[in-house]
Design a protein around this ligand. Structure first.
Ligand code: GDP
Ligand code: MG
Length: 301
């Protein structure tokens, strides 16, 4: 009992460096997205990973979602700082070799915090020689107080085990705040909808998904243990439905296959997934649809 560890981890970085991808992969099978905050925290919890005796609670950092806004105001600054103030570990994520003013901003914020931090250089699958990253890495490392540097590919799942082990070893001793294995039906439905949305984004790019909502209409386990999941994809216009479904249904089929594979991994269960697409203009005014609107786990605009 006394060996239990539990720590709060913030994943920070400017938009597009791969934070959501990193989170999804770090959670992987151990995913238990929770929509309820425990009483003990004022953080917005994005996901929980429990491996053996160690529980990592990944939390959101609201003020860091700067999006396109260059006018970084004090309010944002404060919100981010307060969200970072009481985490146990910070992962500062950047894109290999691609550095912008927004990176500067986030790095400055992180440098002011007292929590230990690691520098995560993401997308190294796009780098020919890792050696070529050394000057870039050195320069950033000098500006922050990083305990370690991890070149990773969140997308290709490279370097993530080492990273996870490192954070786990630094989680403070303490009881787990979330059940180790309990995944609620609600969070499973949420995750199922998220996975469908993610595949739509992967396969169709960023534009269409803003006009889509995913609703899980049915989520049930049959006697043989197979999970039957029916997801309804709502779009605003007939043209969008056409794109989503594709030539003779090819696109929808491939979205469904990819989503099903991830669901089977996440739920550790055989899954039968059915996707429907329905045109419903003005769905975004519909409260029921709105409730199930997919949310980017890291809330970037
Ligand atoms: P966020 O805005 O920081 O949450 O970034 P996302 O996780 O949404 O990723 C932004 C884009 O970078 C997406 O198109 C990802 O597929 C892509 N991406 C994320 N990680 C990697 C990686 O390791 N390698 C490559 N090549 N692309 C990545
Ligand atoms: Mg994101």
């Amino acid at each position: 009992m006394n060996d239990k560890r539990c720590g709060y981890v913030a994943i920070v970085g400017r938009p597009n460096v791969g934070k959501s991808t990193l989170l999804n992969h770090l959670l992987g099978q151990k995913l238990s997205i929770t929509s309820r905050k425990p009483q003990t925290t004022r953080h917005q919890v994005l996901g929980v990973r429990t491996e053996g005796d160690t529980q990592l609670i990944f939390v959101d950092t609201p003020g860091l979602h700067l999006g396109q806004s260059k006018a970084i105001n004090k309010v944002m600054n404060k919100a981010a700082a307060s969200a970072l103030a009481d985490v146990d570990f910070i992962l500062f994520v950047c894109d290999r070799g691609k550095w912008t003013e927004e990176d500067d901003f986030v790095l400055d914020l992180v440098s002011r915090e007292s929590a230990p931090a690691a520098l995560v250089i993401n997308k190294v699958d796009l780098v020919d020689k890792l050696d070529s990253l050394i000057p870039f890495t050195d320069e950033i490392a000098q500006r922050g107080r990083f305990e370690a540097v991890f070149p990773v590919s969140a997308l290709r799942d490279r370097g993530l085990d080492e990273l996870a082990r490192f954070i786990e070893a630094r989680a403070p001793a303490g009881p787990h705040l979330f059940p180790d294995d309990q995944v609620t039906d609600r969070s499973q439905r949420f995750l199922a909808a998220e996975l469908v949305r993610e595949k739509i984004i992967r396969q169709l790019g960023d534009e269409l998904p803003y006009a889509t909502a995913v609703e899980i209409e049915d989520f049930a386990q049959d006697q043989r243990g197979v999970l039957h999941i029916h997801a309804l994809i709502l779009v605003e216009r007939a043209g969008q439905k056409k794109i989503l479904v594709g030539e003779s249904g090819e696109r929808l089929k491939s979205i469904g296959t990819a989503a099903r594979k991830d669901m089977e991994r996440a739920f550790d269960n055989k899954v039968m997934l059915k996707l429907w697409v329905k045109v419903k203009s003005g769905w975004s005014d519909d409260a029921r649809a709105l409730k199930t609107l997919g949310i980017d786990p890291l809330g970037d605009p």
